[in-house]
Design a protein around this ligand. Structure first.
Ligand code: ADP
Length: 341
């Protein structure tokens, strides 16, 4: 099963190298998210004008929507250095202290998965973010004392997929907060075209749109599907431009349907229908029934199904909507919920 998971698979090393090549470096290359780009441009220009570092920025949104990419873009636009780490990687206060003291003035510190930062580390982060000070406890027992170190004027860019899991004191310390949304279909198409030209994949007109349509409005998925199409075409059809029909065939071979649902999405919906009468049913119960982790379900699969209007959230759990029944080729029961509940 693992190798079939195009949507949620962990990035392998080949993926990572390609990701680096495909990652936009400048704001002008960053497709879509217009409102965020507008606000960022102003903040960047103002910071440059004042010769100050830009305020701390919090980015939130589903996986693969471009949070990490945006952090690199901001660093690049500022001509600043960037250090990248993640919430779970910072285990002890000392780990954070080592990172903070190694920064230079104006540097960006990017912390991914901010919601997984533990509370003790958060406490160290507060004075660092507010006053650029680091409180260190030296020694142990009765002789222990705290010393206060000056830190360089860095900018923290935090990313999270779960805004609600972030403590409010931490949230409040960010000057700018941006929510990345699913991309418009035409933006995803542009990303596919851009990536195709970087990877040297000749796409016939409409083939990019076909790939984009199945990409869950998410750049990371779009790039992954493009790579799968490229491989399929190389093996099955030799060189030559990829036609929309060929792109569709390649993606169908991966069990990715016209809306971008994969085998696991369908299994989730079918399980709720067949085992739980269409819901309502709790997320944990669904996760156990489809043998997925609750977190993956919540962060990777559910948001897109909600966005499509295929799943509804009720106080008693998730329900499958009439639209989803129809998409799966099933007859919705009279009690099935309409879309948008
Ligand atoms: P996140 O950090 O939100 O999980 P990433 O920043 O790692 O997402 O983005 C995943 C991939 O999608 C990147 O490697 C990049 O190539 C592509 N990507 C993301 N956002 C954009 C964008 N706005 N324009 C073009 N490509 C993008």
């Amino acid at each position: 099963m693992a190798d079939e998971r195009v949507i949620a698979e962990e990035a392998g090393s080949e993926d990572q190298t390609i990701d680096l090549t495909l990652r936009p470096r400048r704001l002008s290359e960053y497709v879509g998210q217009e409102a965020i780009k507008q606000n960022l441009k102003i903040a960047l220009a103002a910071a440059k004008q004042r010769r100050e570092s830009i305020e701390h920025i919090l980015l939130h949104g589903n996986p693969g929507l471009g949070k990490t990419t945006l952090a690199y873009v901001i660093a690049h636009e500022l001509g600043a250095g960037i250090r990248v780490t993640s919430g779970p990687a910072i285990e002890r206060a000392g780990d954070l202290a080592a990172i903070l003291t190694s920064l230079a003035d104006g540097d960006i510190l990017f912390i991914d998965e901010m919601h997984r930062l533990n509370r003790t580390i958060e406490e160290v982060l507060y004075p660092a973010m507010e006053d650029f000070k680091l409180d260190l406890v030296v020694g142990k027992g009765p002789g222990a004392r705290t010393i206060r170190l000056d830190l360089p004027k860095f900018t923290l860019i935090g990313a999270t997929t779960r805004m609600s899991a972030l403590s409010s004191p931490l949230r409040d310390r960010f000057g700018l907060t941006f929510r990345l949304d699913y991309y418009r279909p035409e933006d995803v198409e542009q990303i596919v075209k851009r990536s195709g030209s970087i990877l040297g994949v000749a796409l016939a007109p409409e083939a990019a749109a076909e790939i984009a349509r199945r990409s869950r409005r998410t750049p990371r998925v779009a790039n992954r599907l493009l790579k799968r199409v490229r491989d399929y075409v190389a093996v099955k059809a030799g060189n030559g431009p990829v036609s929309p029909a060929l792109a569709a065939k390649a993606l169908e071979a991966l069990a990715i349907d016209t809306l971008g649902l994969d085998e696991i999405d369908r299994r989730i919906l079918e399980t709720i229908i067949d085992k739980f009468g269409g819901g309502p049913v709790g997320l944990g119960t669904i996760a156990a029934a489809v043998a997925e982790e609750t977190e993956t379900l919540e962060e990777v699969y559910e948001p897109f199904l909600l966005q499509l209007g295929f799943l509804g959230r009720t106080p008693r759990g998730r329900v499958v909507t009439a639209e989803a029944y129809k998409h799966l080729g099933r007859r919705p029961p009279a009690t099935a919920q309409p879309i948008g509940i």
